[in-house]
Design a protein around this ligand. Structure first.
Ligand code: HEC
Length: 174
């Protein structure tokens, strides 16, 4: 499982945005280094916190993109461009999700909604992440056609692909 986080995928963890109300994110080079350390089983508490914060930020962006999609599709004249931007962001993160969970970044490491089952039932987690990757790529293709009826029709499948993972692998909010 340690190989989930290869050096090539470390760039995926790099983020510059600060978490809502949290500490400012460390400089990108520090985050890349942090991710490598955690993946190698040599992460300091600071490294692990950086990995967990980057993950949180990416999910928040995906959540905002989903809300943005819903908003546009309800609008009297939806912005296809905005829809396409949200769909592309979500599909861009699809293939990265498996790199966001190096061993050692679970509930044992601090406050997180990531359940221990992500690591104890890694095969199922991988399956659901890969299913999401396929669904989000398909949704993005549909979005890029600009066909609003088809986009609306695809929303349920996209939302279910998020939910399918959350139901099993995300703990409730406290
Ligand atoms: C393969 C599993 C998986 C998929 C697919 C997935 N999520 Fe999540 N999501 C998680 C886990 C696990 C967490 C908790 C992360 C943490 O607390 O470190 C999470 C957290 C979140 C959060 C809360 C942010 C946080 O860190 O507390 C939001 C918002 C979110 N996801 C939105 C989405 C949306 C929207 C989609 C689909 C477009 C999606 N997720 C797809 C597993 C997944």
């Amino acid at each position: 499982m340690k190989s989930w986080l290869t050096v090539a995928s470390v760039a995926a963890l790099v983020t510059v945005a600060a978490c809502n109300g949290g500490d400012p994110a460390p400089a990108p080079e520090n985050q890349a280094e942090a991710a490598e350390n955690v993946a190698a089983g040599a992460g300091t508490p600071t490294d692990i916190a950086a990995v967990m914060r980057a993950r949180h930020e990416h999910y928040e962006e995906m959540g905002d993109a989903m809300k943005g999609l819903g908003r546009e599709l309800k609008a009297s004249s939806p912005s296809v461009e905005t829809i396409q931007r949200h769909a592309a962001l979500i599909a861009g993160y699809g293939p990265q999700i498996l790199t966001w969970f190096p061993e050692g970044s679970g509930p044992e490491a601090g406050e997180t909604r990531a359940k221990a089952e992500i690591w104890s039932d890694a095969a199922t987690f991988r399956e659901r992440a890969q299913a999401f990757e396929a669904v989000s790529a398909r949704f993005n293709q549909t979005a890029q056609t600009g066909n609003l009826d088809a986009i609306r029709a695809g929303m349920g499948e996209l939302g279910n692909a998020c939910k399918n993972c959350h139901d099993r692998f995300r703990a409730p909010e406290d």
